[in-house]
Design a protein around this ligand. Structure first.
Ligand code: ADP
Ligand code: ZN
Length: 557
């Protein structure tokens, strides 16, 4: 069967997208491959199609259970032989699936990187011919990336243990440094690199620099009224998210929320609703991300600067997978940088700190360690600062290396003390500096006075657009862009900024103008335009109430 026939037969697509066909051929030729394709361009096909065309099993490492469940469900719906094995599947079912893999009826086996830590997992793969290793979201392997997952760093060794099958690594965003790190960590041999660049012409990029936290809400409200959903508003802190949620609710909105303080069930529910509703609004921390599979996200606002430009571009990259116009804006308040500076410090405990945490755990008597509560351990090192994440960072590193096992208040156990070499490898000297530099790049983007896309492209090692990009706030006016790329019939406002029934003589409080008296109603009903007199200056203005947040002041009552 030739490749096009196979593409059509298995996936129902008429044509390959660039560079899928060439990637598939290179994978089938047994070469190691690094694929950098923007979100939504069709990375998965690059390993799924070859997996179906050759003997043996393609082992797919994916960072999230939800993500792999979705992919496997999609494959099975097309009657393709795929399965996944993870901790949320009960034991009997897990064993049945592994038996199917060993029996040769599965071509694609999805696992999380943590699976390799489970005793017996590697052994159970021994009788299986692993034809290929596919590492999805491969940037997680790198300390220099924005989503570092310590377990990914073990994949190079795991690959060797599996008999060195050829490897395909895939990601949407990786700086040249992260690309090099992926190749080194996964021990890629002379990899062929494919990339489609980072250009997303349908995304509008903009920044609103504000002078105070209070200014953000009006901007967000305006965009929710103009552009609407599906929309994501990203927050750095849960505290701010909850405050804004309250405020939106008082405006009559019913936003979904997603953050780390919600239980797993609730998070799943919120994500499912975001997936299912036609034009939802969700307020989220960066915990909401990898598993999102909604092609028509129209608006992504960042309430605070994210930690790196890479993280930012990954997050906004979720917008407009359907290739239609989508708006991505950052609300930039200089003070917010302090939050990210602190996150950077917490992500980088120094070696001495890690040494103290492991010495403390190593010296606790086994019974006391078993019963230890996470909060008590934090209190020993950090006092009452709930936000400082250094202890968690250390625990994650110790667990990944197998130095620590079990759960707090149940069966926590110390296995061994890490060697100084291990500690240096986990905490490279220049990591913190690198993180701060990455934050600086983000600031440079936020404060840019010229084309924003140029800055993004150059950051990822590509040439920027020659002249203006035509889709950032320095290259085009927002009104012009939105009328051209996102005509009103494609928008679904989630915040109705005005309701009808405004009458002459009413007093309104209008965003940006303050208190106003209505002189004339130009166009009533559902689309009110009014002439008003601004109380402060007695200036006359014509205002489109659909586009500006306002409220009625009940002067008569
Ligand atoms: P990524 O992993 O790059 O974000 P996916 O692999 O999930 O993207 O693919 C995104 C969407 O594109 C999926 O709905 C997939 O079915 C579709 N797709 C992939 N390849 C093709 C193709 N050659 N023709 C049409 N649609 C495709
Ligand atoms: Zn531009």
């Amino acid at each position: 069967m030739d490749l096009h026939t196979a593409l059509h037969a298995h996936f129902g697509h008429a044509e390959f997208r660039p560079p899928q066909e060439e990637v598939v051929r290179t994978v089938l030729a047994g070469r190691d491959v690094l694929v950098l394709m923007a979100t939504g361009e069709g990375k998965s096909l690059c390993f799924q199609l070859p997996a179906l065309l050759r003997d043996g099993v393609t082992l797919v490492v994916s960072p999230l259970i939800a993500l792999m469940e979705d992919q496997v469900a999609g494959l099975r719906a097309r009657r393709l032989p795929a399965t996944c094995i993870h901790s949320q599947i009960e034991r009997g079912e897990r064993e049945a699936r592994m038996a199917a893999v060993q029996g040769g009826t599965v071509r694609l086996l999805y696992v999380t990187p943590e699976r390799f830590r489970v005793a017996g997992f590697l052994e159970s793969l021994r009788p299986v011919r692993i034809a290929h290793l596919a590492v999805d979201e491969a940037h997680c392997v790198s300390q220099w990336g924005h989503d570092f997952r310590p377990d990914y760093t073990r994949l190079g060794a795991m690959r060797e243990a599996l008999g060195n099958p050829p490897c395909i690594a895939l990601t949407a965003t990786a700086t040249p440094r992260v690309q090099a790190d992926i190749a080194a960590q996964l021990r890629l041999r002379d990899p062929v690199c494919f990339h489609t660049g980072v250009e997303r012409t349908n995304l509008y990029l903009g920044v609103h620099e504000v002078a105070a936290e209070d200014d953000k809400e009006a901007i967000a409200a305006r965009r929710l009224g103009e552009v609407g959903g599906p929309a994501i508003v990203y927050f750095a802190l849960i505290r701010d998210l909850l405050r804004v949620e309250g405020s939106f609710r008082r405006r009559g909105l019913r936003p979904l929320v997603y953050h780390g303080d919600l239980g797993p069930g609730e998070r799943k529910d919120q994500q499912a609703r975001f997936q299912a509703e036609p034009a939802p609004l969700i307020l989220a921390t960066n915990a909401f991300g990898l598993g999102i599979d909604k092609p028509d996200i129209r608006l992504i606002l960042h309430w605070q600067v994210p930690r790196t430009l890479e993280a930012y571009y990954q997050e906004v990259g979720r917008a407009g997978r359907d290739r239609l116009g989508s708006v991505c804006e950052l609300l930039y308040l200089e003070q917010d940088l302090a939050i990210q500076r602190e996150f950077t410090e917490w992500a980088n405990p120094d070696r001495e700190f890690l040494g103290r945490v492991s010495a403390h755990l190593a010296h606790l008597e086994p019974e006391r360690l078993r019963a230890l509560a996470a909060d008590d351990l934090r209190a020993v090192f950090l006092g009452r600062n709930r936000h400082d994440g250094r202890v968690e960072t250390c625990l994650r590193l110790l667990r990944t290396a197998g130095c620590l096992e079990g759960e707090f208040e149940r069966d926590l156990a110390w296995v061994r003390t890490p060697t100084p070499d291990e500690i240096s490898a986990w905490l490279p000297e220049d990591k913190r500096e690198n993180d701060l530099r990455a934050l600086l790049a983000m600031v440079r983007y936020a404060r840019a006075t010229s084309c924003r896309k140029r800055i993004v492209h150059e950051y990822f090692g590509f040439a920027g657009p020659e002249s203006g990009c035509g889709s950032c706030d320095h290259c085009v006016g927002f009104a012009e862009w939105i009328d051209r790329e996102l005509p009103a019939q494609r928008r679904h406002p989630v915040l109705v900024l005005a309701s009808s029934g405004v009458r002459r003589g009413d007093w309104l409080e209008i965003q940006g103008l303050g208190l106003c008296e209505v002189l004339r109603v130009l166009d009533g009903g559902a689309t009110p335009r009014v002439d008003v007199e601004v109380a402060e200056s007695l200036e006359r203005r014509s205002v489109d109430l659909r586009r500006t947040p306002w409220r009625r002041i009940d002067a008569r009552g």
